[in-house]
Design a protein around this ligand. Sequence first.
Ligand code: ADP
Length: 416
Amino acid sequence: MLLGCIGDDFTGSSDLGSTLAREGLRTVQYCGVPTRDAAPDVEAGIVALKSRTCPAAEAVADSLAALAWLRRQGCRQFFFKYCSTFDSRPDGNIGPVIDALMAELGADRALVCPAFPTNGRRVFQGHLFVGDRLLSESGMENHPLTPMTDPDIRRWLTLQTRLGVGHVPYQTIAEGAAAVTAALEAEVGAGRPVVVLDAVADGDLRVIGEAAAGVALVTGGSGVALGLPANFEERSGRGEGGWEPVAGPGVVLSGSCSAATRGQVSAYSRHHPALAVEPLRVLTGEQTAAEAADWVLSVLDAGPMVYSTADPEAVSALQASHGRDAVASAVETFFAELAALLAGRGLRRFVVAGGETSGAVTAALKTESLRIGPEIAPGVPALFDAEQGLALALKSGNFGAPDFFESALAVLGPDR
Ligand code: ADP
């Protein structure tokens, strides 16, 4: 394995996998720290963790365990992937994880670049923009778990890391990789080894990638990973190697209530049978995964969908009356049980909408590793569980066009 990656969430890790595979590294996503060694042909391994919002000490411990496994696989460079909106609280978890990874690697520097220009995330003069708004005026200041109230990534990181925070501004990036390398040396020499780099376009990310050759620890969104594969001259250039389409019946499971998913559920239900999950009836035991599994099997040829997707008013009302965590956990358990039942009854293709929902479903399917295949939509690759012969698409809430479910099932493979 050449490049070892640690992802702080599940669907973000697939997004990273998509970028690395497209740039020619044969990539596998692991669901948690694997207990076995990787297959010998894997060039980039991504250990997907759920470490974005857990206590910082837990995020550090999990990330160090992932690092130890990746080092055993022979990796020379490591990438810590977080959200391109730098989702974190003032007391963690990005800074503490960077500090711990640097200490463990004996690294004298870490590069920090959340930019993802394709999705409108740009870093300029140390400030993160979403489209033409500063991060703190983009809606992210109201995020329920990680409100981002300061767009200055240098200031935010200073609250999180014990080390000095440096900066390489856009005017230096524009001069090319040699200038960036010199600027990095200067920052490290001045006692600021955690270095934020500006980037506003993919070309900037490739310059940063070139300057990152030989740097042990690079961190950022999936965007900056764009420039890393080119440094590995021995790479196969066959990013999708090992991925195969899977023939067999498929189903769509949607537990995401995000705006893009609501549009996709509505578009798909126009031409396919759709069963609504009613959280209230799930909570009282009136609606069960076993019944839903029977229903799916009864309409299998028509490409059925089971969804709990609802509009924000319905979700808030239910959360107010029954508690946010209780509802979320009941719905996630429902989808997890349903997926396991369906896999047991021969379903082979699963399209899942929702980050948390995807985590619950892959755990229930006992998926350990996923080969990264072709991109279905930007940031959403087709995935292949070679051990179980399953094809999956895991879509985070706001990704994908209205016809995403239809195209995802088609990319995963034929009906029979
Ligand atoms: P996204 O990627 O869109 O954020 P997630 O799956 O990560 O989707 O999160 C959606 C959360 O909302 C899950 O915990 C899910 O169980 C919960 N949920 C799904 N449907 C409903 C609903 N109708 N009412 C309340 N909560 C719901």
